[in-house]
Design a protein around this ligand. Structure first.
Ligand code: FAD
Length: 402
């Protein structure tokens, strides 16, 4: 039996939910269905991230990330207040590991100002006042609007709002094939849709290929590991981040304060060998592993990234001592003895442009027949989600992405 919906999203992470939410705001009478293969909301990236509301200074001024993160930060903050979800206005400092990093820090500052972010370049004395546990060399960056909330709490609350607006969410339901105007679920049931939005996270490339969209892209997953500290809550007040390597789309291992004041280290960006390679072999897929490994010989020599450097620095982070030592350069009081508890790992759904071996740095959204494909919803798409939702829906109504 088939059923008709005006809009179907494939994937019930924060991006799929935000698009459903925005659609129901512009078209309140429409029927909207969110299809999620897991039995709970936020099982993947949306519930396994740092929960940081980024301010938007890491991204090129003409990028989608710059615009949608600055706006998304504000919208998500308002959403947390509207729904009484705890949010900690921790703020963030970006510190240097040597004076050589000061030009890159200043560049980050100028970029942030161009992006309309509230930012300040501070000296060592000011840093000591803002976060006494952090160290820098000469200068640091202060971002007061970088906050933190609960990744699962926020995503669940958005799911609740979608249902309140009349949307339907089907959990434990897998889309096994789809094409323009239809999806097959759990291998047999057919659902018809006026428009389909692919927000399948780490599977977004595979879903897009069913529609003949984004054939030049493949997903290259990276694993983010965390370590929790046993420090008393509130001992560390701010998030402390390094100056990132601009050649890679990752921010480098950092310390964040969770919304309840616990300190955690991470996440790493270790290449993963299959899409949901968390900590065991339950989702092992030989086909996926072969596909991902086949991308590596060319990717290793990519002129766009320092891949040998990335591999050399990331794989040792499986060793706790090595991971902790990365952070000690920024927060000297961090030590291995206090940081022993592993957090839930997350997988970054990082898109690779196969012909050029380039990891896409910006969000990538493509139109297909009666469909839209969100192909690179990498960090900070959790922060940006509500702005991404409005942006995607507006573009669908205006005729699609070109
Ligand atoms: C380690 C880590 C740390 C991060 N830290 C931050 C941060 O601090 N701040 C920030 O803003 N962002 C952060 N991010 C990024 C953020 O988590 C993601 O950008 C965001 O969660 C992406 O949401 P999504 O809905 O696209 O993906 P997901 O949450 O992965 O949702 C996709 C969903 O699609 C479902 N699905 C897939 N295929 C199918 C199918 N065939 N049928 C039905 N359902 C399907 C999956 O089960 C999944 O639930 C981090 C990410 C990671 C991995």
């Amino acid at each position: 039996m088939s059923k008709n919906y005006d809009l179907v999203t494939i994937g019930g992470g924060i991006v799929g939910l935000a698009i459903a939410d925005a659609w129901l705001t512009t078209n309140p009478r429409d029927s909207v269905l969110v299809i999620e293969k897991e039995s709970s909301i936020a099982f993947h990236a949306s519930g396994r991230n740092s929960g940081v509301l980024h301010a938007g200074f890491y991204y090129a001024p003409d990028s989608l990330k710059a615009k949608l993160t600055r706006d998304g930060n504000q919208k998500l903050r308002e959403f947390c207040h509207e729904r009484n979800i705890p949010i900690l206005e921790a703020g963030k400092v970006v510190v240097t590991k040597s004076e050589k990093e000061i030009p890159a820090l200043e560049k980050l500052y100028s970029q942030g100002i161009a992006n309309g972010c509230t930012l300040e370049l501070i000296d060592e004395n000011q840093l000591r006042e803002i976060e006494p546990l952090a160290r820098t060399h000469g200068k640091a960056l202060w971002s007061p609007l970088t906050a933190v909330s609960s990744p699962i709490g926020v995503t669940q609350a958005l799911a609740d709002r979608v249902i309140e607006k009349g949307g339907e969410i089907r959990l434990s339901t897998s889309v096994t094939l789809a094409g323009p105007g239809w999806v097959t679920i759990n291998g047999s049931e057919k659902v018809l849709a006026g428009h389909i939005v692919n927000t399948a996270g780490v599977f977004a490339d595979r879903v897009a290929h069913w529609f003949g969209v984004g054939k030049e892209y493949k997903m290259m997953p990276f694993k983010g590991l965390y370590l929790y500290g046993n420090w008393e809550k509130g001992r560390m007040k701010r998030h402390v981040y390094p100056v990132p390597d601009a050649r890679n789309p990752f921010l480098g291992v950092h310390t964040t304060v969770t919304v309840d004041g616990t300190v955690k280290l991470g996440p790493t960006a270790i290449p993963a060998f299959w899409r949901e390679e968390y900590s065991d072999f339950s989702s092992f897929d030989l086909g996926e592993m072969s596909e991902i490994l086949s991308l590596f010989p060319k990717f290793f020599f990519s002129k766009h990234h320092n891949v040998p450097g990335l591999i050399k620095s990331e794989f040792p982070k499986y060793i706790k001592r090595y991971l902790v030592n990365q952070v000690r350069e920024m927060v000297p009081s961090v030590n291995v003895k206090d940081f022993q508890t592993k957090g839930r790992p997350g997988i970054r759904a990082q898109l690779l442009h196969v012909p050029t071996s380039k990891l896409e740095m910006d969000f990538v959204v493509r139109s297909g027949e009666k469909s839209t494909h969100v192909l690179n919803a990498v960090s900070p798409a959790w922060t940006s989600s509500l702005a991404v939702g409005e942006y995607v829906v507006k573009n669908i109504h205006d005729g699609g992405f070109h």
